[in-house]
Write a protein that binds this ligand. Structure first.
Ligand SMILES: Cc1ncc(COP(=O)(O)O)c(C=O)c1O
Length: 453
């Protein structure tokens, strides 16, 4: 492929993406293909001769798109948002085209310098403590990781190394998190060979200080060595916030590493009105949030900060391999570029507007649910509304099954306090009030069916 062909190919692809996003509202939100579908459409062997690029885009349209879950559809209300924006897409294209793979953690390398700069911008945007800044006089700093799961694993590995150096090398380490934390925390425990204790939460789904203190004391009494706590700001199920003001001082007293996972909710801290939700964040040794969830940066882009990077350096800096990143892979993509694009095109006010609009849309949905006596609202937090059909769980399950089968909207089930609830999240940046109404009409139409039946 020569440069002219590349230009035509790339232009056609960008046109295709623009059309796809413009029309996404009209697509059924879930894949409409049957299992085994791809095998029927693709040959068993790779092509012997190269094919014209036009056939690739045609096949994306003909074969791939019908099999997609449309994560950016305004009718996708499950999980948490997976971010997307025009500057984010262009940044992703450019960073792949510039194709730098940085292995050099030196501020003269422009990729590293830009990453340090935008991570500082981001920390300021979120009102994080200044000790996290790369430019702080202290030992703090931040960088981009692949995912929140990586950040948790990295925090566990660092805390393990730190604790082992302070105690007996054969100490039996234990880490704590709440029963409501993301499954990636247990996975990280497995990978870091650290026992994870899942602690009970209060009636709001938050981990409280008294619970943590009791667990730590019990474990010390039975010969274990507490080494870290993974606290969540914005749990996956119900967007609950662990109490950092209570947990933080306990971690400090017992020399336990405090990692904060704010994968989704972290984006909200750009709005001053949500800052009370992260009170106590100054106790965190490390903090992670995903701009690729709710802050308009295309996946992947997970931000992680350390209060003191020297602990990370002890684990991850390897002169022998020439890498100086506090991360799992050897090399890294130039993801700062797309973050930079999003921050510049939206600006602080544009990002705040996006977050506030999505929270308002969730409140709008909450109002609709509350206005119907067949339903109960169980929890509302940021862009998430948890609700259920009153009565037996089977009614809620039936409703979820019907709605999922029809593929007009997509919602998620979750068990909270022994009750089945529906998680309804405002996920897409395209969502408007009319889309929320469409979702509500769809839910009502299916519950009517369900209650009559
Ligand atoms: C609170 C929380 N932490 C971690 C994760 C995992 O994120 P990632 O896919 O970036 O590892 C999620 C995913 O939804 C989450 O909600």
């Amino acid at each position: 492929m020569n440069s002219e062909e590349f230009r035509s190919f790339a232009k056609a692809a960008v046109d295709y993406i623009a059309d796809y996003l413009e029309n996404i509202r009209n697509k059924k939100v879930l894949s409409s293909v049957e299992p085994g579908y791809l095998h029927q459409h693709l040959p068993q062997e790779p092509p012997q001769e190269g094919e014209p690029w036009q056939s690739l885009l045609q096949d994306v349209d003909r074969i791939i798109v019908p099999g997609l879950t449309h994560w950016h559809s305004p009718h996708f209300h499950a999980y948490y948002p997976t971010a997307n924006s025009h500057p984010g897409i262009v940044g992703e294209i450019l960073l792949s085209g510039l194709a730098t793979i940085s292995t050099d953690w030196h501020p003269d390398n422009v990729c590293v310098a830009l990453e340090q700069k935008v991570l500082d911008w981001l920390a300021k945007l979120l009102h994080l403590p200044s000790h996290f800044l790369n430019t702080s006089p202290g030992p703090g700093g931040g960088l981009i990781q692949n995912a929140a799961s990586d950040s948790t694993l990295i925090a566990l590995l660092i805390s393990k190394t730190k604790k082992t150096s302070e105690t007996a090398p054969d100490a039996k380490l234990v880490a704590y998190t709440s029963e409501q934390s993301n499954s990636s925390v247990e996975k990280a425990g497995l990978l870091a060979s650290t026992t994870i204790r899942l602690l009970p939460t209060d009636e709001h789904g938050a981990l409280r200080g008294t619970t943590l203190l009791r667990a730590i004391r019990e474990d010390i009494a039975s010969g274990l060595t507490p080494c870290s706590v993974v606290a969540t700001l914005g749990t996956t199920g119900t967007c609950a916030f662990d109490d950092l003001e209570e947990i933080g001082p306990i971690c400090k007293d017992f020399g336990v590493w405090l990692h904060v996972d704010a994968a989704y909710a972290g984006a909200a801290f750009c709005c001053p009105e949500y800052l009370p939700l992260m009170k106590g964040v100054e106790f965190a040794d490390s903090f992670c949030f995903n701009p690729h969830k709710w802050m308009l940066v295309n996946s992947d882009c997970s931000a992680m900060w350390f209060k003191d990077v020297t602990h990370a350096e002890k684990v991850f800096d390897r002169e022998s391999s020439g890498t100086h990143f506090w991360q799992i892979p050897d090399v890294r993509r130039f993801r700062a570029l797309k973050l930079w694009f999003v921050l510049r095109v939206y600006g602080v006010e544009g990002i705040r507007k996006h977050i506030r609009k999505q929270v308002d849309l969730a409140k709008y949905f909450e109002g609709l649910v509350r206005g119907d006596c067949r339903f109960e609202v169980c929890r509302v937090s940021l862009g998430l509304v948890c609700f259920r059909v009153k009565g037996d769980d089977r009614r809620t399950q039936d409703l979820i099954d019907r709605v999922t089968q029809r593929k007009k909207i997509f919602v998620m089930p979750y068990y909270f306090r022994e009750k089945l609830v529906i998680r309804f999240v405002i996920c897409s940046r395209f969502t408007e009030e009319t889309d929320v109404l469409v979702a509500w009409e769809e839910i009502k139409s299916q519950v009517e069916h369900n209650l009559d039946g």
